[in-house]
Design a protein around this ligand. Sequence first.
Ligand code: NAI
Length: 281
Amino acid sequence: MGLLDGRVAIVTGAGGGIGRATALLLSREGAKVVVNDVGGARDGSGQSVSPAEAVAGEIRAAGGEGVASSDSVATRAGAERIVASAVEHFGRLDVMINNAGILRDKTLLKMDDAMWDAVIAVHLTGSFLCTQAAAAQMRQQGSPGSIVNTTSVSGMLGNFGQANYSAAKAGIYGLTRTASIELQRHGIRVNAVAPIAKTRMTEDLPMFEKIQSMTAEHVAPAHLFLASELSGDLTGAVLSVAGGKLSVYKVVESAGKFKDADQGVWSAQEIADYWEVISKV
Ligand code: NAI
């Protein structure tokens, strides 16, 4: 008995890295998997069907059911074809893992429009389009579904040199929250994972020269947890995975300080004077 027996899953960006590890694990747990990957370089240039086909081949070689898709998540037509591929091959869709991503790092003052647009298109627009297409299919089926997006410490907290990426990943947090609220009535849960793992995206970061213990295989079980009934009715959560460390990101509001209406509005000087009290969590 697998945790996803009879289920159909799509994993975007599954030609390598975290997506590949997740596609293989979901398949081992009984899911039929659409392995989507545009097969380009880390910066999003180029394309090839080979990475998606290789992973779909690994799934089939292990006795599972996997098909490759090389459509881009970043266009409406691509996102709709990815979901249509699940329906065409396996008849339905239960799990959507929005994992595809690219990097074009540059400091804010040096970032050009193309760097900004490409990263927003794949991460944020891609997550929106695939979430929408998946949710429409799940609603039409009238069955529960699970959508898992991918945010990042960069999006939740910010990171030097990643204005485009952190804006996209923070946008994915907002998308996840709103989609989780809107889709709850259709039984569709929407959560996010914030991973840290050594993949081609991060392998040249200095921290990974020493650390070998944060792998894509550490992240895949978090996807499985959120995709399966093990996570119950959990929705709108952000699960962080960094090797053996699991935690949850939450946006918190401080307790705040109140000024009665008859005392007038806060002046800028008063905000400065009370900043510590206002901002204390
Ligand atoms: P990766 O580069 O190995 O995997 C990303 C995959 O997405 C690639 O195979 C790429 O071809 C594919 N892709 C790119 N554009 C696409 C498009 N338009 N349509 C379909 N597929 C496309 O990198 P990794 O690390 O496995 O990244 C997976 C996700 O995790 C990404 O969303 C990334 O931003 C996120 N992430 C990874 C972290 C890490 O430490 N590795 C940290 C925080 C977030």
